[in-house]
Design a binder for this molecule. Structure first.
Ligand code: T1G
Length: 680
């Protein structure tokens, strides 16, 4: 099947590009498209051209796997120039997602028509890049400079109806009728003799911004927080400013320069690696496509607390009815009220209709009777994290739930095999470890027990996609993947503040590195009484709790908080830290540089990641990276701990750990010794 086909239908040349899975603009697609366009332009029986794609989507952008490799001709700019300079109207007919180079192809056409379910966007920033086929020069000419900066620096796709309002598309087709409606649209353009205005020639919106540098300064100030530690957003703003300040061809040259800068950066290499890492998590070597997932049409959630409620919302959002079970009516009503409150606040922000809120609430069957989940396809428990209570619950579920239903635990730390052995069907038991808030965090650690059968694992992995989560497979081990490797950071932070650096200095270094917040702000947010409550060992957090400091929620923690929850350094916490250090005989060695703090806290994370790999808890290093990026907000522009470890250099990490008297993992020593890496 050729990548490109051309059909002539009553004077309209219909070009269809079909290169699964997403019509990425790799070299074959570029060549096919170029040839089809040239053929249409040369054909006497073609008066207008409709460009569409087969399969599930319009071009989803450049082929990301081609980056970093020598580019084969024609490049996209050459192909787009042929389209732009066409003397015949070219109409882009869009379905699915017209992204990156796909969107740039659409906006180089004279007109665009899309089905309502389509989305268009320039998400290159998510790859640490910026558009390089004219997106930063043409989009401002369609939607204005401010809107273009929002769209390109944000990277989120825009739904077709909104794109119509913005002027990114010119018409909407009927759902499922794109081809016919696009051809009819092309005919109308011919009949009405509409002008073939090239987007590059539209000056009005960019002229309006010319000579106004304050526009860009204001935008950068507004986004300082989300842009920090990243290069691509700044180059995007510079490129869009060039669209207003420079003639089109000069602007294109500026875009290319700015693109080259970020393309060759470690930041983009990390984010391109991460793009594929997130897609690789679903591949399990010993579970092929022949293992068919079980259908999950109904779910039972045991426990309607913070986690239970969030978990239930994921299934309701996917249209799967939920039976929500609590021990008593009061707890059940509290849980239902929280779910309703969450949905209503989403509706209040205009991201859901009130009708949809009611539809989701109506899909909940609340009950205080465990028997209510007898016939569901999957039961997930999110009850108190204590092994005895969990084992008891699973034994009771085993007695009542229908055969071959899946029994899942949301445990964060407990041994799933012990829980499974409390049933007569350990092969049907799996861990589904959600991260809080469960309806928001995209990470789902799927825990494969020693006896969990393949079909149950396959079902859990595919179910993650249904509820818009990224599944990462973990074997049974304390803290599974994300909690375990990131606990190494907290442990190191706790010992570091005994030596001199303050919680504020530690948090600032980690914040500047790119995390949304440092470990001490995070523990104050979660609650000092929650972390390590089961440990008998004396801890800093424990000492603060003894002083009645539970964190943000009560009396502060490592920080004091004002009524607006703004943190300030705490004299009480400093006192507790000094006492604790004295009790441990730790000498104050004074402050450290930010990069030294980062090395102290994050080298142990790489080391723990190596152990998790050695023990076979994680399938691959990139899974650890995905788990830390999605579960703990590890800055994606560094790729995650294992990719970052490779960037820093494994020998340097081994040296750093040894200097701290920490024994590196064998796998880390071995790779450092033979110049190996985890992710390259
Ligand atoms: N290049 C190569 N492979 C791609 C790809 C791409 N652009 N997009 C998807 N794939 C593969 C993916 O790895 C997976 O493979 C399969 O397709 C299905 O993807 C010149 C510089 C389109 C919304 O950033 O956001 O254009 O795992 O599992 O959930 O200025 O894929 O099956 O082997 O994600 O339905 C800009 C990236 C590029 C869009 C579909 N474009 N793609 O989501 O499926 S830079 C993007 C996506 C650029 C220009 C610049 C999503 C999707 P496999 P999937 P999905």
């Amino acid at each position: 099947m050729p990548v490109a086909t051309l059909e002539v239908i009553d004077g309209i040349g219909l070009i269809t590009i079909d290169s699964p899975p997403v019509n990425a603009l790799g070299v074959d697609v570029r060549r096919g498209l170029d040839a089809a366009i040239r053929e249409s332009l040369a054909a006497d029986d073609v008066n207008a051209i409709v460009l569409t794609c087969g399969g599930r989507t319009f071009f989803a952008g450049a082929d990301i796997s081609e980056f970093g490799k020598p580019l084969e001709r024609p490049d996209l700019l050459e192909v787009l120039a042929t389209i732009e300079n066409s003397a015949k109207p070219v109409i882009a007919a869009i379905h699915g997602t017209a992204l990156g180079g796909g969107c740039e192809t659409a906006i180089v056409c004279h007109y665009r028509i899309a089905v309502p379910s389509a989305r268009v966007g320039l998400p290159e920033v998510n790859l640490g890049l910026l558009p390089s086929a004219g997106g930063t020069q043409r989009l401002p000419r369609l939607v204005g400079v401010e809107q273009a900066m929002e769209i390109v620096s944000g990277g989120a796709p825009i739904a077709a109806p909104q794109a119509l309002e913005l002027g990114m598309v010119d018409a909407l087709a009927r759902e499922g009728q794109l081809r016919q409606d696009a051809i009819a649209f092309a005919r109308r353009i011919l009949q009405e003799g509409r002008p073939l205005v090239r987007v590059r020639d539209r000056q009005e919106l960019v002229a309006a911004a010319r000579g106004k540098p304050e526009i860009y300064a204001k935008f950068l100030a507004k986004n300082a927080n989300s842009f920090r530690g990243r290069r691509a957003p700044f180059n995007i703003v510079k490129a869009i400013e060039a669209a207003a300040e420079l003639p089109f061809d000069e602007g294109m040259k500026r875009e290319a320069e700015l693109f080259r800068e970020v393309h060759d950066s470690a930041e983009s290499a990390a984010q391109r690696y991460y793009f594929f890492a997130e897609r690789d998590t679903a591949r399990i070597p010993d579970i092929g496509n022949d293992v068919r997932p079980l259908p999950v049409k109904s779910v039972g959630v045991i426990g309607a607390g913070t986690m239970g409620g969030g978990i239930a919302m994921n299934f309701l959002n996917a249209g799967i009815p939920v039976t929500l079970v609590e021990m008593n009516q009061a707890a059940l009503e509290r849980g239902l009220a929280t779910i309703r409150r969450n949905y209503e606040s989403t509706a209040h922000k205009g991201r859901m209709t009130l009708e949809a809120v009611e539809k989701r609430m109506a899909a909940i069957t609340p009950s205080v009777d465990l028997a209510a989940v007898t016939n569901v396809d999957l039961v997930i428990e999110a009850i108190y994290e204590e092994i005895g209570i969990k084992k008891d619950l699973f034994a009771r579920l085993d007695a009542i739930v229908r055969a071959r239903a899946i029994l899942a635990s949301n445990t964060s730390f407990l041994n799933l095999d012990v829980i499974a052995d409390a049933t007569r069907r350990p092969e049907d038991v799996v861990g589904l470890h959600f991260f809080s808030p469960a309806n928001v965090m995209r990470l789902l650690e799927v825990v494969r027990g020693a006896k969990t059968r393949k079909q149950v694992v396959a079902t859990a992995m595919s179910l993650a996609r249904t509820i818009r989560k990224v599944p990462v497979l973990s074997r049974v081990g304390y803290g599974f993947i994300a909690n375990r490797v990131m606990a190494a950071r907290m442990a190191e932070a706790d010992s570091l503040v005994l030596e001199g650096p303050t919680p504020t200095e530690v948090d600032r270094a980690i914040y500047e590195f790119g995390f949304a917040m440092g470990p001490f702000r995070m523990i104050d947010l979660v609650g000092l009484d929650v972390i390590g409550r089961d440990s008998d060992e004396r801890t800093l957090a424990g000492d603060l709790v003894k002083r009645g400091r539970l964190g943000q929620k009560m009396n502060g923690g490592f920080y004091d908080y004002d009524e607006k929850r703004n943190p300030t350094p705490s004299a009480v916490a400093a006192e507790v830290i000094a006492e604790f250090a004295a009790s441990k005989g730790v000498r104050n060695t004074g402050p450290l540089q930010a990069d030294e703090i980062v090395a102290r806290l994050l080298y142990p994370v790489v080391n723990e990641g190596a152990r998790v790999l050695e023990e076979g808890i994680a399938l691959r290093a990139s899974d650890i990276d995905v788990a830390c990026v999605l579960g703990y907000g590890w800055p994606v522009q560094t790729g995650g701990p294992m990719f970052w470890g490779d960037t820093v250099g494994l020998s340097r990490i081994v040296e750093g750990l040894r200097a701290r008297g920490v024994r590196p993992a064998n796998l880390l020593i071995e790779k450092a010794a033979n110049g190996g890496s985890f992710t390259r």
